[in-house]
Design a binder for this molecule. Sequence first.
Ligand SMILES: O=c1ccn([C@@H]2O[C@H](COP(=O)(O)OP(=O)(O)O[C@H]3O[C@H](CO)[C@@H](O)[C@H](O)[C@H]3O)[C@@H](O)[C@H]2O)c(=O)[nH]1
Length: 304
Amino acid sequence: MCGADGWDVGGRRADVRDADVLDRLLPGVDVVVHQAAKVGLGVDVADLPEYASVNVYGTAVLLAAMARHGVGRLVLASSMVIYGEGRYACAAHGQVRPGPRSVHDLEQGRFEPVCPRCGESLRWAVIEEDAPADPRNAYATSKLAQEHLAANWARETGGRVAALRYHNVYGPRMPRDTPYAGVAAIFRSELAAGRAPRVFEDGRQLRDFVHVRDVARANLAALSAPVPPGELRAWNIASGTPHTVGEMAQALAAERGGPSPRVTGEYRLGDVRHIVASPRRAEAELGFRAEIGFEVGMKEFARS
Ligand SMILES: O=c1ccn([C@@H]2O[C@H](COP(=O)(O)OP(=O)(O)O[C@H]3O[C@H](CO)[C@@H](O)[C@H](O)[C@H]3O)[C@@H](O)[C@H]2O)c(=O)[nH]1
């Protein structure tokens, strides 16, 4: 168990699905900060049971144990993946939601989503917390299920949930050499092995990369988040400054002295194209604002 600055505050490793361990740990606890999860887009549908087991069932076991021990507050590591494709506007039809990705389009190198009504190109826009959920892969579905279960728990027990919808978290101590991680960790592992990062699509897809120390600060702010009893409230945890995946690969490669990233044109059906969120609600209500900029954060991450 670690504090926000990495100090060891003691604790033990356990499986979140183990109700006996939770029954020993939870008496006397005021707030649970739930970060345990299986992350990443996964490899294929064979991953479905594990996402459901760790993320959905694990959260259910935790919430039931919190209810048994009268723990009244939960800070949940949620994710921007629950929005699916971000927000888009069509010149003719206003705000629209793109349909599922078409293999045909992706094979032709057409990565930008189009208007589901007229097929014309779209402009992306910033997404806010009240946007409808639209999970597009197993991980996203499991993160949304966590929010729903936590909201059920809050209603039944009068508890309070602060759901932090993390954007693309990166920083020291990310897992290495595993597909079950975000793209920043994957690129760093490639570079460390002397291989060029493989940038999918055309590399121009946008993400908001937010540093793990900023995310830790957001969690501290959320411990006393203004949530009425019986409710769940969500906040985007983002830097507010989007970058393309290609830029991120370049920044890491430059800091490590290569190899240069390779834009491969590969695609994953469960991916979304652009996802850019507004960090305004978190600033207004939690007093949280990311402090570690992209250049500084990526330099440190490349070497960590
Ligand atoms: O080797 C790779 C892997 C991914 N990508 C691209 O990078 C982007 C982001 O990928 P990734 O970080 O896997 O997915 P996101 O959906 O943006 O990220 C969220 O969802 C991931 C799982 O889907 C989590 O692991 C992250 O922490 C979370 O921020 C996508 O366009 C991918 O196609 C590449 O270009 N090369």
